[in-house]
Design a protein around this ligand. Structure first.
Ligand code: NDP
Ligand code: GDR
Length: 373
């Protein structure tokens, strides 16, 4: 029997990798996408199937986590064996600007989906995965963080995700649903949204190296994170729904680095050595050496990084480090890709794009590079 999956957030980073994985496993995949004024399916265009082809394996539906009517209708139509709730307003800094919307999508959206499954009488058939987050730990109470570490969320995003975490546990306990939380630490890839810190760095430095931008403006570069690769993490999302009994798992690498270190790796990948000088808001990143052909626009002494208070958050999560022992012991999950390998892959992909832009520019086709970050 072909398994049927429904993914909210299929157009996002994780949604796209998960859809690929499930298609490879022979699933019929259904995804909810938001209506937007321009195309928003770039991450899944390569697996998109024309709805006019007979029996397409991937189908998309317009919908939104703020609207129960469409969630109920789509669930009823699709009758999924597995639901992966990846849709969210997922940017922590943006959640301070739009706290109510973030709560509506990330907290209430999860409730709407669970309640629709129950209302349709599918609670014993449909398995549910909730995209929970290491942001729940926020102001950390112990290091490394495990499934039993107390939560202390530090942003409207994290508070909304805390509700989603507990409502998932509650539906499991109250209605016997197979519902799981994956408490995922930061995971990245070349498909990461451009305004998250890793992608902002790899894309920004690649653009600077090619003369398309002049300076990267950053916030707290001393923040510490446990970064993994999205491909490894979506595999674990699927594994969680294949067990005999539902459970919650921390997904992390168990290694921690600073944003500053990530900047250093990215620069090195481009053949650039960066020196940090100054302190606090006056700190800058200066080019110390340039080797190879990947940074033709740079010379020694260029200031290519500055600190900008705009990127500091009203309450910061300074440090996160996960302990994935439970996932390893119970599910045999071990991440395959290191943070450094991932950084290198991201720089290579962003450099290809920057070179394309630079070439067009040389030939008089000066396409604007989006600098909003
Ligand atoms: P992205 O921001 O890349 O993707 C989020 C997805 O949610 C997009 O498809 C987006 O659509 C969709 N979405 C946003 N708002 C709504 C809405 N109102 N209704 C329906 N869909 C909506 O996130 P990631 O792929 O990185 O993360 C996936 C999930 O995992 C998120 O819930 C995130 O909070 C959580 N998470 C992520 C971690 C990470 O490090 N990446 C770590 C821990 C948890 P559109 O493309 O139109 O914007
Ligand atoms: P995070 O990821 O908030 O951990 O949430 P992000 O990459 O945005 O920030 C990581 C750390 O870097 C610091 N930082 C900056 N961040 C951004 N975006 N831009 C900057 O210029 C900048 N300078 C420094 C931040 O302050 C922070 O400490 C991500 C999201 O994917 C969530 O959805 C997910 O739940 C968590 O990871 C786990």
């Amino acid at each position: 029997m072909t398994k049927v999956a429904l993914i909210t957030g299929i157009t996002g980073q994780d949604g796209s990798y998960l859809a690929e994985l499930l298609l490879e496993q022979g699933y019929e995949v259904h995804g909810i996408k938001r209506r937007a004024s321009s195309f928003n399916t770039q991450r899944i265009d390569h697996i998109y199937q024309d709805p006019h082809t007979p029996n397409p394996k991937l189908k998309l539906y317009y919908g939104d986590l703020t609207d129960s009517s469409n969630l109920t209708r789509i669930l009823q139509e699709v009758q999924p064996d597995e639901v992966y709730n990846l849709g969210a307003q997922s940017h922590v800094a943006v959640s301070f600007a739009s706290p109510e919307y973030t709560a509506d999508v990330d907290a209430m959206g999860t409730l709407r989906l669970l309640e629709a499954i129950r209302f349709l009488g599918m609670e014993k058939k449909t398995r549910f995965y909730q995209a929970s987050t290491s942001e729940l730990y926020g102001l950390v109470q112990e290091t490394p963080q495990t499934e039993t570490t107390p939560f202390h969320p530090r942003s409207p995003y994290a508070v909304a995700k805390l509700y989603a975490y507990w409502i998932t546990v509650n539906y499991r306990e109250a209605y016997g649903m197979y519902a799981c939380n994956g408490i995922l630490f930061n995971h990245e890839s070349p498909r990461r949204g451009e305004t998250f810190v890793t992608r902002k760095i790899t894309r920004g430095l690649a653009n600077i190296a090619q003369g398309l931008e002049s300076c990267l403006h950053m916030g707290n570069i001393d923040a510490l994170r446990d970064w993994g690769h999205a491909k490894d993490y979506v595999r674990m999302q699927w594994m969680m729904l294949q067990q005999d009994t539902p459970d919650d798992f921390v997904i992390a690498t168990g290694k921690q680095y600073s944003v500053r270190e990530f900047i250093g790796w990215s620069a090195k990948e481009l053949g650039v050595t960066l020196r940090f000088e100054g302190e606090g808001l006056d700190e800058v990143g200066i080019v110390e050496a340039v080797e190879g052909d990947d940074a033709p626009a740079l010379t020694v002494g260029d200031v290519i990084l500055r600190i900008d208070p705009r990127y500091f958050r009203p309450a910061e999560v300074e440090t996160l480090l996960g302990d994935p022992t439970k996932a390893k012991e119970k599910l045999g999950w071990v991440p395959q890709i290191t943070a450094q390998q991932m950084c290198s892959e991201m720089v290579v992909e962003d450099l290809k794009e920057a070179k394309r832009h630079a070439l067009l520019k040389q030939h008089g086709l000066d396409l604007p590079v989006s600098l909003e970050n």
